[in-house]
Design a protein around this ligand. Structure first.
Ligand code: FE2
Ligand code: FE2
Length: 284
């Protein structure tokens, strides 16, 4: 039985790209919209510590998985390490725009410290859950470039680059979990991943909601007005969370696998749109 259900010709290509060299984007860099900007800044704030945790939790099992999956883990870890570096840079620019983010970073790190007390398989299951989130957000972002239409080219490219690589490595943590749990009855394996997913989903949404509101407060957008605007952005128009509800639900089905949706066509489109083709990348 193959150790991964990823497409045979899948390439997980770590692109060692650097962004932010074209100067600082405007404070409300995403379409000039404070709410969209705050939501994405809140996501970016979690990435360096979060992705470091993802790498640790998957790499721990690298030696015990079959060779093809071990190779995928290596490339996954490289991609996430580059993302960590670039989001650190990006977050420094958010700070340079006058936002206080140190307390948010500290809160994320505190939550991850608690996560590291969990059993290694529990930590892996958390990563599986969060990798599903990043993969479906990535799919939605690449499918709807209008979401970032009025955004500076450098930021567009950085977020598209990240989304492309999240799609490429979307099944690595999942397949590692399936392998590590191979002796556990399928029903129990499914039950654990779903329970962890529901718990992680609740924490993910409530934490990002709170962090976004704290960032908006720094723009003087507070109280019910802030909540209402954020709710509109997430569930109304453009509805960045509304757009991922169905793929979010798909994870709960027994037998789900991240590659049951082969969305690699979105990668090609985005590479062409943002000048991220392999030749262009090699020339950087
Ligand atoms: Fe990433
Ligand atoms: Fe990832």
């Amino acid at each position: 039985m193959p150790s991964t259900h990823a497409p045979d010709d899948l390439v997980i290509h770590p692109r060692n790209l650097r962004f932010g060299t074209e100067g600082k984007p405007q404070r409300w860099w995403l379409n000039g919209d404070p709410v969209a900007t705050a939501w994405h800044n809140a996501l970016s704030i979690t990435f360096p510590a979060g992705e470091t945790f993802f790498i640790e939790s998957v790499r721990r099992f690298q030696k015990e998985v079959p060779e093809d999956l071990a190779k995928q883990i290596k490339d996954f870890a490289k991609q996430e390490a580059f993302h960590t570096r670039e989001h650190n840079e990006f977050n420094a620019r958010v700070e340079a725009d006058g936002y206080e983010i140190a307390s948010e970073v500290a809160r994320v790190e505190e939550r991850l410290r608690e996560a590291r007390d969990q059993h290694p398989v529990g930590q892996l299951a958390m990563t599986v859950a969060l990798e599903h989130f990043t993969a479906i957000f990535a799919h939605s972002a690449l499918k709807n470039p209008a979401l970032m239409a009025e955004t500076d080219r450098d930021s567009q490219r950085m977020w598209a680059w990240h989304a492309i690589e999240e799609i490429e490595h979307k099944s690595v943590a999942f397949d590692t979990y399936v392998h590590v749990m191979r002796d556990v009855p399928a029903r129990k394996r499914w039950g654990i991943r779903c329970l962890v997913f529901l718990n992680v989903s609740r924490n993910f949404i409530t934490s990002r909601w709170t962090e976004t509101l704290r960032l908006l407060e720094q723009d003087g957008i507070t109280g019910w007005s802030a909540r209402w605007k954020l709710l509109g952005y997430l569930l109304g128009n453009p509805g960045v969370v509304r757009r991922i509800i169905l793929p979010w639900l798909a994870f709960l089905r027994p037998g789900f696998h991240p590659w049951e949706v082969d969305d690699r066509a979105l990668i090609g489109d985005a590479q062409a749109r943002y000048g991220l083709e392999d030749e262009a990348v090699a020339a950087e």
